[in-house]
Design a protein around this ligand. Structure first.
Ligand code: G6P
Length: 491
C-alpha cells in the first residue's frame, strides 16, 4: 500500500549551505574540474548517506554568464545546484555581512563599527546584500523542491532563509543548523539587525546547535531581545502561533573513512617516508583554516615560549602548521596572514640552525592521503581555537592514531570539541601563553600508558558519535517536530 511505497522510496533531502561541497576550477583543457571544498560543514555533511540528497549552494567564486550553463552541468553530476551571485553581492554578502560581521560576532570578536566597516561598505549595505542573497537561495531551492522534501538549511550565511521559504510554502519541512558557536545574548544584542535575524531563523521547525551552551544562548537571545517565551525545548511565538523546537546535535566525522585509508599501502608508504624525514624529532601538528578564531598566533607564541624555557628540546621538536588559505578578500584575514608570517620568520630566525627550522608553516591544504599520513606520524595535535563551533580536525586526528603509540591531543577549552573529547585531551586556555606552553611540554613528555588511556576514551567517542548519526538524528527529529506542528494546527 501507500505506506510501503513511501518507505521504499528514499527520503528526499535538500541541503542548503553557502558553500557547495565542491569548488570549481578550470582544467588545462578549459573544462570545469571540481575539487572538495574545505571546512567542517562540508567534511561532515558529505558523510551523511541514505537520502536522496541535493545540495544548493554558492560555487565559491564569480562565474561569468557565458560559463554558467556548462558549470551547472558539471555540478548536476554531483547532485549540486549552484547559486550564482554577482561580484558586488558576493563582496557585500560573503566578505561583508557573513564573514566580517556575523562570523566575528559569533566568535566573540565584538562588533567594532570602525574595525568592521570598510570605507566603501556600511553594515546596512552588507545586510541588504545578505537579504538579497538569501532570496536567491530561496529561488534555487524552489527549483528543486517537491512536496514532502526535507529542506535542511545550514549556518550563519542563511539565517533569513527559513522564514523566506515558509512564506513560499508554509507546510515545508525546514530545519536550520548552526555550525559555529551562538554567542551570549549580551554579545548578540549588539547586532543592528538582531530582531530580523532571530525572526528569520525562528520560522524553521527545528533549530540545532553543537552544544548545550550555544542552544541556551540562542534561547536567551529570543527571550531577551524578542520578548518571547522559551525553554530549551522550544520557543513559543504566540503572535505567529508557532513553536520552534531547539535541540543539541553534536556533529562528528566518518571515522571508518580515515581508518580504511590508513590501511592502504600508499598511505603506509607515505607514513614510512615521513617518519624518515622527521627522524630524531618529535612533531607537533596544527591543521587550521587560516582564520583568527583558530588562535594560530597564540599557538606560535606558546611554542616560542616552550623553546625558550626548554633549551634541551630545541633541536628535537618541530611544529608543522598547515594553514589552509581562507576568505582572502576579507581585510581581517589579510592582516592575520601577514601577522603570522612575520611571527614564524621571527621564531625560526631565533631558534633555527643552519640546517633546521623549528616551524614548518605551509599556506596550503593537503589532500586526504597526505593529511591522513601526517595525522598518523605526528606526536601531538595542537588546537588553540579562541572559539570554535566544534573542531573536527581534532576528531580526524583521534581517528588516525594507533592504539599502541597514540598521539596526544592538546585542545582549547573554547572549541565545542572540548565538551566531547575533554576526558582524553589536555585542555588548555590558549589566551594564556604559559598554560598552553606547559600543556605542550606535558604532552611531549607523556608516558605511553597515559597516552593509551587518554586515546581510548577519545577514540570511543569519535567511533560512536559519527556524522551519519548526527544527520539521522537531526532529520528524524525534524520529521517528528513537523508532525507535531501539523497536529497542533488541526486542533
Ligand atoms: C566554517 C563554516 C562553514 C564554512 C567553512 C569554510 O566551517 O561554518 O560554513 O563553509 O568554515 O569557510 P568558507 O568561508 O571558505 O566557506
Amino acid at each position: 500500500g501507500m505506506m510501503q511505497d513511501q518507505c521504499a522510496k528514499e527520503q528526499r533531502l535538500i541541503v542548503v549551505a553557502n558553500r557547495l561541497p565542491f569548488s570549481a576550477f578550470k582544467g588545462i583543457g578549459g573544462d570545469w574540474k571540481l575539487q572538495v571544498s574545505p571546512g567542517g560543514l562540508v567534511s561532515a555533511l558529505t558523510c551523511v548517506e541514505g537520502y536522496s540528497m541535493t545540495w544548493v549552494g554558492w560555487p565559491g567564486q564569480y562565474i561569468e554568464e557565458g560559463e554558467r550553463d556548462s558549470l551547472r552541468e558539471a555540478f548536476a553530476k554531483k547532485d549540486c545546484c549552484p547559486v550564482y551571485l554577482d561580484e558586488k553581492t558576493t563582496d557585500l554578502f560573503y566578505n561583508g555581512y557573513c564573514n566580517s560581521v556575523l562570523w566575528q560576532l559569533f566568535h566573540y570578536i565584538a562588533l567594532q563599527q570602525e574595525g568592521t566597516l570598510s570605507e566603501t561598505q556600511t553594515v546596512q549595505d552588507q545586510y541588504d546584500a545578505y537579504k538579497a542573497a538569501n532570496e536567491m537561495f530561496m529561488k534555487a531551492v524552489m527549483t528543486e523542491y517537491q512536496e514532502g522534501d526535507i529542506v535542511w538549511v545550514h549556518d550563519y550565511h542563511l539565517m533569513l532563509l527559513p522564514q523566506i521559504l515558509k512564506e513560499e510554502v508554509p507546510e515545508m519541512k525546514v530545519g536550520w543548523f548552526l555550525h559555529t558557536p551562538f554567542p551570549s545574548s549580551e554579545i548578540f544584542r549588539t547586532l543592528p539587525q538582531r530582531n530580523d535575524i532571530l525572526m528569520g531563523v525562528l520560522r524553521a521547525d527545528l533549530v540545532g546547535f553543537h552544544t548545550y551552551d550555544y542552544a541556551r544562548h540562542f534561547v536567551s537571545s529570543c527571550c531577551r531581545i524578542l520578548g518571547l517565551e522559551g525553554t530549551l525545548d522550544g520557543i513559543e511565538n504566540a503572535h505567529m502561533g508557532t513553536i520552534t523546537r531547539v535541540a543539541v546535535f553534536p556533529i562528528g566525522i566518518d571515522p571508518e573513512k580515515w581508518i580504511n585509508e590508513l590501511d592502504t599501502p600508499s598511505v603506509q608508504a607515505r607514513i614510512l617516508e615521513m617518519r624518515g624525514q622527521f627522524q630524531g624529532r618529535k612533531v607537533l601538528l596544527g591543521v587550521d583554516r587560516l582564520d583568527m578564531v583558530k588562535g594560530i598566533p597564540q599557538k606560535l607564541l606558546a611554542f616560542e615560549k616552550f623553546l625558550e624555557e626548554n633549551p634541551e628540546w630545541r633541536n628535537h621538536v618541530l611544529l608543522v602548521q598547515i594553514a589552509i588559505p581562507s576568505r582572502k578578500d576579507v581585510p581581517e584575514y589579510q592582516k592575520l596572514t601577514s601577522g603570522v608570517h612575520e611571527m614564524v620568520g621571527r621564531i625560526n630566525g631565533r631558534f633555527g640552525s643552519l640546517t633546521q627550522n623549528p616551524i614548518h608553516f605551509l599556506d596550503c591544504s593537503l589532500d586526504f592521503h597526505n593529511l591522513c599520513a601526517l595525522y598518523a606520524v605526528t606526536d601531538v595535535l595542537v588546537v588553540a581555537s579562541l572559539r570554535d563551533g566544534m573542531n573536527l580536525v581534532s576528531y580526524e586526528y583521534v581517528a588516525c592514531q594507533n592504539k599502541e603509540f597514540p598521539g596526544v591531543l592538546v585542545l582549547s577549552e573554547f572549541a565545542g570539541a572540548a565538551q566531547s573529547l575533554g576526558a582524553g585531551a589536555i585542555l588548555s586556555n590558549p589566551y594564556n601563553v604559559n598554560e598552553l606552553s606547559s600543556a605542550i611540554a606535558y604532552a611531549l613528555k607523556m608516558s605511553d600508558q597515559e597516552r593509551q588511556q587518554r586515546h581510548r576514551q577519545n577514540f570511543m567517542h569519535v567511533k560512536v558519535h559519527t556524522a551519519q548519526a548526527w544527520g539521522e538524528t537531526f532529520i528524524s527529529e525534524l520529521h517528528d517536530t513537523h508532525i507535531e506542528a501539523a497536529l497542533r494546527t488541526m486542533h
